[in-house]
Design a binder for this molecule. Structure first.
Ligand code: NAD
Length: 290
């Protein structure tokens, strides 16, 4: 199916779904930003599937309430600080005995369309939470997952990770960054049995939308996605066998893996035309060896 941004999308049936992780019961998970919105919905769904959950959030009371709902655990941590990730890993090992699943979901917006209006402080905050929070998280969690024989990481990006969103260009920057990270990591994570995927939801009905724009959005007739729908896609990604995917979640449609178009390669003598050298290709674009 053609897509206005130049890529194309494919149906859910195109996703590979082998997967030793199909049965999640008895597994252990962390969910960042689990006190609210999408993260809270994931906590609830994982709990219902028999997963033992550690809720990680800046909002200590909210995290505790979420954990209590599912008989899990909570920890107050700021995902943007790498030192706090050491704490999260220690607690996960102590309480859960290891880690199989991670939903790296905490995120913020600048709420600002005008670049000139974004202060240094606001810029550092969003880069810290949305980008550093995921980089530090994956870096800290991979050794624990690897030691346990593998795992599944799902990052909450956004549709703004795939398309230009002029309403918040810096938010858009952070979510594009996550897509690049997720697409580049499979070659080093797959041998350890760890999958990493990004979810790209459209507008989700959570407190993140609160503010002057909510009324506008609700009046526009644009359907908001229920956080539970996003959580279902998170759990499907964890249970499925795919990796390096950016999965679009929109109201009323099946979660769909986004198909990126190929960037033009150089003209080479006797080389395969149109393809950049191996290290520049996404893991799923590497041409088969003859
Ligand atoms: N709501 C949407 O329309 C929408 C759409 C696409 C993607 N997303 C993404 O989904 C994710 C979750 O958003 P949501 O809509 O559920 O928002 P939300 O505001 O309901 O929840 C975000 C949670 O993250 C926590 N958090 C913020 N900064 C943190 C930090 N430094 N360390 C730890 N926790 C922190 C907050 O306390 C809160 O509990 C975000 O990454 C967001 O960018 C949201």
């Amino acid at each position: 199916m053609p897509d206005p941004s130049g890529g194309s999308v494919s149906g859910a049936n195109d996703l590979e779904r082998p997967g030793p992780m199909r049965d999640l019961a008895g597994r252990s998970a962390i969910v960042t930003g689990g006190a609210s919105g999408i993260g809270l919905a994931t906590v609830r769904l994982l709990g219902a599937r028999g997963v033992r959950v550690l809720v990680v959030d800046l909002d200590e009371d909210g995290a505790r309430r979420a954990a209590e709902e599912v008989g899990g655990w909570s920890i107050r941590a700021d995902v943007s600080r790498s030192s706090e990730w050491a704490k999260v890993v220690t607690v996960a090992k102590e309480l859960l005995g290891g880690l199989d699943l991670a939903h790296l979901n905490a995120g913020v917006t600048t709420g600002e369309a005008e670049l000139a209006m974004v202060s240094d402080e606001a810029y550092r905050r969003i880069m810290g939470v949305n980008v550093d929070g995921v980089v530090f998280g994956i870096r800290a969690l991979v050794p624990v997952m690897s030691a346990g024989g593998g795992g599944a990481i799902v990052v909450t990006a956004s549709l703004a990770g795939l398309v230009a969103f002029g309403g918040d260009p810096i938010y858009t920057l952070t979510k594009h960054a996550l897509i690049g990270l997720v697409r580049s990591l499979p070659p080093q994570l797959s041998p350890m049995g760890i999958s990493v995927n990004a979810l790209c939801p459209g507008l989700v009905n959570t407190p993140l939308l609160d503010g002057p724009s909510r009324e506008l959005l609700e009046g526009s007739g644009f359907p908001l996605i229920a956080p539970e729908e996003v959580a279902a896609a998170v759990v499907a990604c964890m249970a499925g066998g795919q990796t390096g995917q950016a999965v679009v979640v929109q109201a009323g449609i099946e979660p769909t893996a986004y198909r990126f178009s190929r960037a033009p390669g150089p003209r080479t003598d006797g080389g395969s035309p149109g393809l950049p050298p191996g290290p520049l290709l996404a893991h799923d674009q590497v041409p088969p060896t003859p």
